[in-house]
Design a protein around this ligand. Sequence first.
Ligand code: MD3
Ligand code: FE
Length: 213
Amino acid sequence: MLDLFADDAPWSEPLAEGAVILRRLVRDEGAALLALVLDVAAQNPFHHRITPGGHRMSVAMTNCGDLGWSTDARGYQYSEQDQATGRHWPPMPPRFRQLATAAAAQAGFADFQPDACLINRYEPGAKLTLHQDKDEKDLRQPIVSVSLGLPAVFQFGGFERGDATQRVLLEHGDVVVWGGPSRLRFHGILPLKAGVHPVAGAYRYNITFRRAR
Ligand code: MD3
Ligand code: FE
């Protein structure tokens, strides 16, 4: 049971208009969620994609759900099949769907129904440079992210690449809902510091739930 009066109960931290961190919301469930991530990865292994510019991404990715996000020589896109294998993505675990809908509702976004789930795996040194997420059709829909494993420094910027950024530590079990005006802010992850996490070992995992179409 989640005890809201325990001294380690989750709390919420507004970050910007439309963005809220639900600190430690799924921490107690972290090992179970990681097991679901590894189930997905057993069906569609983590893979370092090559960007359209020809660079190997330091973050390894997999997807589950009706749609998956990937990148190859043709560019970045959501598709029903993995370009690399021609196969459909593994189904989204029901618990993932519930969690995403509940977290979005808690942040004020009713009826969020994700159809895509992108899972990122970071090894020491892996990073995500500042970018915007705008490949989804309806940008009024939020993105829900779940962090598991080693902590990472998240960079949250403005609406132009060169705008000042704030740094926020994202830790095991933190859930963030990104919607409203924050949906189009530039963001990234600084190079992961090496460590050993009791549940996730040498890695950080980030799950993002999206409504892609
Ligand atoms: C802010 N992932 O997959 S999650 C991504 O930790 C991505 O792996 C990061 O950025 C990660 O695209 C950050 C937090 C996040 C996700 C989507 C956002 C922040 C966002 C969309 C808009 C604004
Ligand atoms: Fe992103």
